[in-house]
Write a protein that binds this ligand. Structure first.
Ligand code: DQA
Length: 148
């Protein structure tokens, strides 16, 4: 059966392609959305792809996922390292959730090693650039039913 997945992107990810390309690559967020849409097509899934620079808008999108989507993929960007509110919102959805980062946050500054999202995520994919999003979709496919 076709699944519906919410893909949430946090602050500054709208700048991808121009922002620190030596770390994040030259792929734009629009390119990533196209990659995800194509991958979703192969799986017969529908996706909602959103980006916001505002924590509250991300929380609103997560809350709205309840009863609407079967799983979540999130790159919370810098809010990963600060936001108890996003962590709580993910937990409240009770949906399987894959955390994604383009860069390997564990090989970077120490403040990026702490993720509030990881404690409520089904799993984490980081360090593989844009491909992390489609890897996350594959991981989610195997975990729709394992989530409690
Ligand atoms: C990021 C890693 C975060 O530490 C950073 O604040 C970002 C992007 C990544 O995708 O590698 O904005 O989430």
């Amino acid at each position: 059966m076709g699944k519906s997945v919410l893909i949430v992107n946090g602050p500054n990810l709208n700048m991808l392609g121009r922002r620190e390309p030596e770390i994040y690559g030259k792929t734009t967020l629009q390119d990533i959305e196209s990659l995800c849409a194509q991958h979703a097509g192969h799986k017969d899934w529908s996706i909602e792809f959103m980006q916001s620079n505002h924590e509250g808008a991300m929380i609103d999108a997560l809350q709205a996922a309840l009863g609407k989507h079967d799983g979540i993929i999130i790159n919370a960007a810098a809010y990963t390292h600060t936001s108890v509110a996003l962590m709580d919102a993910i937990k409240a959805t009770n949906l399987p959730c894959i955390e994604v980062h383009l860069s390997n946050i564990f090989s970077r500054e120490e403040f990026r090693h702490k993720s509030y999202i990881s404690s409520v995520a089904t799993g984490v994919i980081c360090g593989f650039g844009a491909k992390g999003y489609t890897l996350a979709m594959d991981a989610l496919a195997d975990n729709f039913d394992t989530h409690k």
